[in-house]
Design a protein around this ligand. Structure first.
Ligand SMILES: [Zn+2]
Length: 537
């Protein structure tokens, strides 16, 4: 087999020698062309002036770097009128003039860069035997030509965050070809408007429920139908629902964790030894509490981002004004500090044991007594200490903890409410049943939510008005905000509920974009992210 074939070299190149050093394979190659066209006047030249050697990096071979030593010809251009007297022959498209790498190596680095980004790309290329650096990789990505957006009839637009909840950009998707067609550096109405203005062919804009894209589309593409996408409709309803469920579930959780423990059955004193601090039940409970707290936190942040006042958020979520103020000031989810090994209550343990022994088994009563003695800790620590003091067997007889743990968080519950009943597992159906039985308001909410989901699934937007009336009549306060929002944007909501276009597509692209973002684009910023999204998604 000819070596040239092995290396897939162009037919005008012939290998004269292969030398192997520690780091690389050096392949000497000579051009066999006897003539070449002048790059300026295109006439054929045959008179050789001299030879010269070009060093060009090529694709690695079996993990080794490959360097091509290309011996090229210089020709005279004999056309009198031509300004170029001497020129070097070219072997495009194999190597571009003046390039120091072959086109195929250049493209490989580009592809690796698009998939991995600069820093990670440099690690991958290093492993593969390609000599480059992250800056070169980024330069190669940036050098990719951005194709101008052609006709876009159905446009999907949504936002994504550069940094969680701080800075946003917009992603534009062609709903027909399913391609990401552009990224915008912000999510302002003005920017969206200007983009759409350049595309008078747009017939439909599928967007979220925010006012900015609506305004942008109204001015930039007045000819287009606006369509509130179903994903965001459900998301908004889910958020309203979460507020309502958090309220009811918190009340239920409180009832479940406190009641049964206040009526503990006395146990013999010899069993009052300290049990291990973390039982699976307790861990489970702590986890559930954290989940619920996190759900509350994101709800607060979302409402705040929508411009709601601290007090309005407090009313809506049933949380205290001061907690909300603290959370908003903190800027990130405030994790609870792990409990210290000794809590306030530990000092009072001997007293607790003594009182328990003498027959006082109501936690509320013990808590009051400790307070009288100067205890500054919480009711919960007193309760937890007493639970810890109980031997394991006792804890199992009171199943309050396991009950609490299986109680869904408000977010999970909202998800159960929104889904089709037939698609739920029997466990999920059971949980749903329990939640619906909490009270009449929750049960009615479930019916209303399912009716809306049904309209959405069956694309029967014409039923929306009747549904809105039912929700208003229900007087369920958390859902009124959703109704107001729908009324404000009704034409687009009806279009979203009726037309087959679906922004779930854009959502999918946003998720892929998140992956790219996570791999980092920090050094080169938005332009690099845009390049990678446009060429890789
Ligand atoms: Zn010429």
């Amino acid at each position: 087999m000819k070596v040239e074939l092995l290396f897939s070299l162009p037919k005008e190149l012939e290998v004269t020698s292969i030398e192997k050093t520690d780091e690389r394979l050096i392949i000497s190659v000579v051009s066999t062309q006897r003539s070449a066209c002048c790059p300026l006047c295109s006439s054929l030249a045959t008179r050789v002036h001299s030879h010269y050697t070009r060093k060009v990096a090529d694709l690695p071979c079996a993990g080794q770097q490959v360097c091509l030593l290309l011996q090229m010809c210089k020709f005279f251009c004999d056309v009198t009128m031509c300004a170029r007297k001497i020129f070097v022959e070219r072997i495009v498209p194999f190597v571009e003039p003046w390039a120091r790498v072959t086109a195929r190596l250049y493209q490989s680095v580009q592809v690796i860069g698009l998939a991995t980004g600069g820093m990670l790309g440099a690690r991958v290329t290093d492993q593969l035997g390609i000599q480059t650096c992250w800056m070169t990789i980024i330069r190669r990505i940036m050098a990719l030509p951005t194709l101008p957006v052609e006709q876009v009839i159905e446009l999907g637009i949504d936002d994504f965050s550069f940094r969680r909840g701080r800075k946003f950009g917009s992603i534009l998707v062609d709903m027909q070809s399913h391609q990401v067609i552009d990224l915008l550096p912000d999510r302002k109405a003005e920017t969206a408007k200007n983009w759409m203005k350049a595309h008078p062919e747009i017939r439909l804009v599928s967007r979220d429920r925010g006012g900015d894209y609506a305004a942008g589309a109204r001015e930039g593409a007045p000819q287009a139908i606006q369509c509130a996408d179903r994903f965001h409709l459900l998301k908004n309803l889910g958020e309203a629902l979460e507020g309502l469920l958090a309220h009811h579930l918190a009340a239920e959780r409180k009832r479940q964790t406190q009641d049964p423990l206040d009526t503990l059955i006395p146990v013999p004193v010899w069993q009052l030894k300290r049990a291990t601090r973390s039982s699976p039940q307790l861990e489970h409970l702590q986890h559930a509490r954290r989940e619920e707290r996190l759900a509350q936190y994101s709800q607060v942040i979302t409402l705040h981002q929508r411009g709601m006042s601290q007090q309005a958020i407090a009313e809506r979520t049933g949380m205290s004004d001061s907690t909300i103020g603290r959370w908003l000031a903190q800027g990130s989810f405030p994790e609870r500090k792990p409990r210290e090994q000794t809590s306030h209550v530990d000092r009072y343990l001997p007293y607790l044991i003594e009182r328990w022994e003498s027959g006082c088994h109501t936690i509320a009563g013990l808590f009051r007594e400790l307070e009288e003695q100067g205890y500054k800790g919480s009711y919960a620590s007193v309760r937890d200490s007493i639970v810890r003091l109980l031997p394991t067997g006792r804890k199992n007889t009171s199943d309050s903890f396991s009950k609490t743990a299986v109680l869904a968080t408000s977010r999970q519950a909202a998800f159960l409410f929104l889904r089709c009943l037939e698609n739920l597992t029997s466990e999920e159906q059971e949980t749903l049943g329990k939640i619906r039985h909490l009270n009449a308001e929750v049960d009615l909410t479930y019916d209303l939510v399912q009716q809306f989901a049904q309209i959405l699934r069956t694309r029967t937007g014409e039923k929306l008005d009747a549904w809105l009336v039912r929700v208003v009549e229900s007087q369920i306060c958390e859902l009124q905000g959703f109704v107001t929002g729908v009324e404000r944007d009704k034409a687009a909501v009806v279009a979203g509920l009726t037309l087959p276009q679906n922004n779930g597509l854009v959502e999918g692209k946003v998720n892929k974009l998140k992956l790219l973002k996570r791999m980092g684009y920090g050094r080169a910023g938005f332009p690099l992210l845009r390049q990678r999204v446009l060429h890789a998604l």
